[in-house]
Design a protein around this ligand. Structure first.
Ligand code: COA
Length: 220
């Protein structure tokens, strides 16, 4: 059997990849409990997500590290958090409101909850990962994340993410993360699992890394 991790070519994305990668993000995140909570009106969702993920991807390209695959069927947006992040840009809030319209309060609340519970220890933050729906379940996501994890492992840097459902949580556990106490989003929102991937060789610290001043503001 072919090991998919050797057949998936991962490279850093650039602005010229933006259009297909925004489409991957929109289609991959279109369904699910978080989408139902963020944009309850299904008829609005695709248009809102198109504007939102354009903002997200461009922010990642300019301020973080974006990986993709040779066929542009997958995208991962990482932010190094090895020192306190710069203050969030003043333009972000109006841009979010413009992109998400009447749903802006939910998007802002999601950001605020994630920010409040972000670990204080230095790490790289996986803000978004998506594989185009036709390609899901064939090992592409695991291969793309494995590519970045190997670089983190060589530098001894942990990783952190929020898992939006149990199936994703299982994937991340297989990739070396462990789950912290779940977050339940307000106003009858979905459950989110905070996940931490320490250095493979280091003994696991007791408990989950505490939230701290290193990350008072989300990168986005
Ligand atoms: C989560 C995601 C990036 C994983 O990439 P992938 O290439 O589909 O995953 P892989 O083939 O490498 O691994 C398969 C595992 O991923 C997880 N998974 C989560 N959602 C999945 C989906 N819709 N289809 C297939 N696998 C999925 C499962 O743990 C699965 O293992 P299982 O089939 O034994 O349950 C991708 O499925 C996706 O884009 N999902 C929608 C967006 C999303 O939820 N992003 C992550 C937010 S935390």
């Amino acid at each position: 059997m072919t090991d998919i991790s050797t057949t998936v070519t991962v490279r850093q994305a650039t602005h010229s990849d933006a259009a297909p990668l925004i489409a991957v993000l929109v289609e991959a995140f279109l369904d699910g409990q978080v989408a139902d909570w963020l944009v309850p009106e299904a008829n609005d969702r695709r248009a809102v997500y198109r504007r939102y993920f354009e903002l997200v991807l461009n922010h990642g390209l300019e301020n973080g590290h974006v990986d993709t695959t040779a066929d542009l069927s997958a995208v991962a947006i990482w932010y190094p958090r090895v020192e306190p992040p710069p203050k969030g840009s003043l333009e972000y809030q109006p841009a979010l409101e413009e992109a998400t319209g009447v749903y802006a309060a939910r998007f802002a609340l999601l950001d605020a909850v994630f920010e409040a519970f972000h670990p204080g220890e230095p790490h790289h933050y996986l803000a978004y990962v998506a594989v185009s729906p036709e390609q899901q379940g064939h090992g592409v996501g695991a291969a793309m994340l494995g590519h970045y994890h190997r670089q983190l492992d060589a530098l001894g840097i942990p990783a952190y993410l929020e898992a939006s459902n149990l199936r994703n949580r299982d994937l991340y556990v297989r990739l070396g993360y462990r789950a912290g106490p779940p977050l339940i989003l307000p106003t009858a929102g979905p459950t989110i699992w905070r996940m931490w991937r320490g250095q493979p060789e280091a003994p696991a610290p007791a408990g989950f890394p505490a939230s701290g001043p290193l990350s008072r503001r989300r990168s986005l």
